[in-house]
Design a binder for this molecule. Structure first.
Ligand code: NDP
Length: 311
């Protein structure tokens, strides 16, 4: 039984660096990288960020795919990944905190008119403008899972009125929790900021089309840190041109990196960050070593994904 680290990413932590960190917590484990692969038949667990199209064919004895992150859509929907192969993800605190901070930062940027004041400074212009009062502001959080629940709690603690939305019922103290597709219009019609932190599933892809965008409050702000395919980007640009919503802050886009000729880059009502809201993994790599141990011993896995639901 061996664990292969093959992230499929060149601009993040390297495979050998991850393997070295894992060996420090699991010195007896057989951990390999593409450079030290040896016999592919030994590999029972694969840890990655991006699934490569030929991974299932190359690794005939694969039992578990471990995502080094949260979003598993490209794994669970992989056409050649047999249903017997299990999928697990990570649920680290560090990116959940980071993403909650990212939402908060861009909400406060609007509340405190930061872009306006920075522009005024370039003209040496003293232009007081009343900040938007936090207790008067309603923020919606779409997705109340590991990251969304933390975001909702942080925003509530700071004093915003917070509404949350999920697939199944949830209770979070001080947060008005709604669930199910039918309740989305009710939430969108009330929120000054809508923070989306949903997985990409057949139910969420394209959820923000022209019809849904039109349900938002005029002048409100849509922030997305989940997956880019939540939003129909052509419909978003048309909606922003009409002022509903008034601004979009996107950490994720349908194509990443966002192509240079995308109209999103230059749109005055769009702010782009390059998928950086949840950068740090913290100490989550220890869960990868733990899952390798659990796979070997037959114990229940940490953070196993429901392949049917897709998250
Ligand atoms: P979780 O699986 O813990 O939570 C997902 C939430 O979305 C749950 O509350 C779930 O509802 C809700 N949900 C799923 N489908 C629907 C639906 N059809 N309608 C309404 N609600 C739905 O995931 P995380 O919070 O850990 O992460 C969410 C996503 O964020 C990840 O899948 C990933 O794509 C993205 N992400 C982005 C990062 C970045 O750097 N930008 C970093 C990390 C994650 P319920 O609770 O009822 O099941």
């Amino acid at each position: 039984m061996a664990l292969l680290i093959d992230t499929g990413l060149s601009d993040w932590i390297g495979d050998s660096e991850i393997a070295a960190k894992l060996r420090a917590t699991a010195p007896d484990a057989d951990i390999r990288t593409p450079e030290t692969l040896g016999n592919p038949e030994d590999i029972t667990m694969l840890a990655l960020v991006n699934m490569q199209s030929d991974h299932p064919a190359r690794l005939p004895n694969l039992e578990l795919v471990q995502k080094l992150g949260a979003g598993v859509e490209t794994i669970v929907s992989h056409p050649d990944l047999p249903t017997r192969i299990r999928v697990a993800r990570l649920k680290p605190d560090a990116p959940a905190q980071g993403i909650a901070e990212w939402f908060l930062a861009y909400i406060l940027r609007t509340q405190r008119h930061m872009a306006f004041h920075e522009a005024a400074q370039t003209r040496a212009e003293w232009s007081p403008r009343e900040p938007i009062f936090t207790p008067d502001t309603v923020v919606g959080v779409l997705g109340l899972g590991h990251i969304g629940a933390r975001t909702a709690l942080m925003l509530r603690t700071i004093g915003f009125q917070v509404m949350g939305w999920s697939r199944t019922p949830k209770t979070i103290e001080g947060v008005t929790c709604l669930h199910g597709q039918d309740t989305l219009p009710q939430l969108l019609g009330q929120c000054d900021h809508v923070c989306a932190i949903l997985p990409s599933t057949p139910q969420t892809v394209g959820l923000f089309d022209a019809k849904t965008l039109a349900m938002m409050k005029p002048g409100s702000q849509l922030l997305n840190a989940g997956r880019g395919d939540l939003i129909d980007e052509d419909a978003l640009i048309a909606a922003l041109d009409n002022g509903t919503p008034g601004h979009a802050v996107l950490d994720v886009t349908s194509q990443e990196p966002l192509p240079q000729d995308s109209p999103l880059w230059a749109h005055p009502a769009v702010t782009i960050t390059p998928h950086i809201s949840g950068w740090h993994l913290g100490d989550a790599l220890s869960d990868v070593a733990e899952n390798f141990r659990r796979l070997s011993s037959g114990a229940p896995l940490l953070h196993e994904v429901d392949r049917e639901q897709g998250y």
